[in-house]
Design a protein around this ligand. Structure first.
Ligand SMILES: *Cc1c(COP(=O)(O)O)cnc(C)c1O
Length: 371
């Protein structure tokens, strides 16, 4: 948070207009421009964005929505909040993103059965840690069945493949502006889409069902209050101006880590092209033998002044979904491994090469001590 961010929020406070006004509109216009989407609808957070994306598509009781096993819990929670059931599929060992083969197998099985075939209503690939999932292959599997794809692009603002931005491949794309993401509005989220009717639906849904198109107030559905404040919108507008700079510095940090880790027994991200990953988190895999002692690795690094953490969550193995789906270790073998081995290293603008060298040399020392 820099001086211009603070000033933008103070100016908004002084303006006296605090909720979903001009500043939110400006922020939406910036995100639409960056992504190339026709519509951007700001909401209170990305979980709300994902929830509204599902509601706008009409997903409700009895429906099935396919999600990857490895993500932040929002991805699966929102499905259940609509009364639908998340169907988990395993992820890829190198990108941690939804496995195209696993999706293919799961879709085939679901579509062979007339009952389940009629209930599959969406697929939500996640661009885990800011690296784009294989959208072309995922869309190629879903399009023949007319299954809409919602991108959980919470961590991926600014990543792209073939110059097409994350969030604009599917029918809807959702971004987060939580402080853990590259740019922040405190809490905040946005849905992008090219579909005018869906955008209108989203605008009504976020604001008590109020028809955004109508000249006099008219309520066209039972909506939520998922509005973004103008304080957040103002912060978003100044943060958006820094996005390119912040992403460039994160990519520089990632390239340095890659160089420092080459030749070690730590597996590190190797995106196929520079554009496809914005490194919301820099997540490496500990050697299998060391994984059971990951908590000790984190403590040993912390004692040296280095903050690290796990990656994200193996959703079907968290208590609620595990009990509900009766999932066992081995049902999602790649997610099992990644969830055990993942370690997030520090990445932020201003992290120096010397500090990164210290992180890596300390990590390698600790890993060898525990091997
Ligand atoms: C952060 C995150 C979310 C949730 O975003 P909020 O804005 O905190 O609601 C959802 N999905 C993924 C993959 C995330 O990383």
């Amino acid at each position: 948070i820099e001086e211009d961010d603070i000033q933008a929020v103070v100016d908004t406070l002084k303006s006296g207009f605090l909720v979903q006004g001009k500043r939110v509109q400006q922020f939406e216009a910036q995100v639409a421009e960056l992504t190339g989407a026709s519509h951007a609808v700001a909401v209170s957070n990305c979980t709300a964005a994902l929830h509204l994306a599902l509601v706008a598509l009409g997903i409700s009781y009895g429906d099935l929505v396919i999600v990857p096993a490895y993500s932040w819990l929002s991805t699966a929670n929102v499905v259940e909040l609509c009364g639908a059931t998340p169907i988990f599929v395993d992820v890829e060992p190198d990108t941690f993103n939804m496995s195209v083969d696993a999706l293919k197998g799961k879709l085939k099985a679901l579509m062979e059965d007339a009952d389940s075939a009629s209930r599959v209503k969406a697929v939500i690939p996640v661009h885990v840690f800011g690296q784009m999932a294989k959208m072309d292959a995922i869309l190629a599997l879903c399009t023949p069945y007319n299954i809409p794809v919602i991108e959980d692009a919470a961590c991926a603002l600014g990543s792209a493949v073939a110059q097409k931005q994350a969030g604009t491949w599917g029918t809807l794309g959702c971004f987060s502006f939580h402080p853990r993401k590259a740019i922040t509005t405190g809490e905040g989220g946005i849905v992008v889409t090219d579909d005018q009717a869906l955008a209108n639906q989203l605008r009504a849904l976020r604001n008590h069902g109020l028809d955004a198109e109508s000249a006099s107030p008219d309520f066209v559905l039972a909506g939520y209050n998922y509005r973004m404040t103008d304080l957040q919108g103002a912060l978003g507008t100044t943060q958006m101006q820094k996005l390119e700079r912040i992403l460039a510095s994160r990519r520089t940090c990632a390239a340095r880590y890659a160089e420092l880790l080459t030749g070690s027994d730590i597996a590190f991200p190797q995106p196929t092209n520079r554009e496809a990953h914005v490194f919301q988190s820099y997540v490496v895999l500990l050697p299998l033998a060391v994984a059971p002692r990951r908590a000790d690795v984190i403590t040993a690094l912390r004692d040296k002044g280095i903050q690290t953490t796990i990656g994200t969550y193996h959703m079907p193995m968290t208590r609620h979904f595990r009990e509900q789906g009766n999932y066992q270790t081995g049902d999602f073998p790649i997610a099992d491994q990644i969830a055990a081995q993942a370690l997030t290293l520090p990445v932020y603008e201003g992290l120096s090469l010397e500090e990164q060298a210290f992180v890596v040399s300390t990590l390698l020392d600790v890993v060898h001590q525990f091997s």
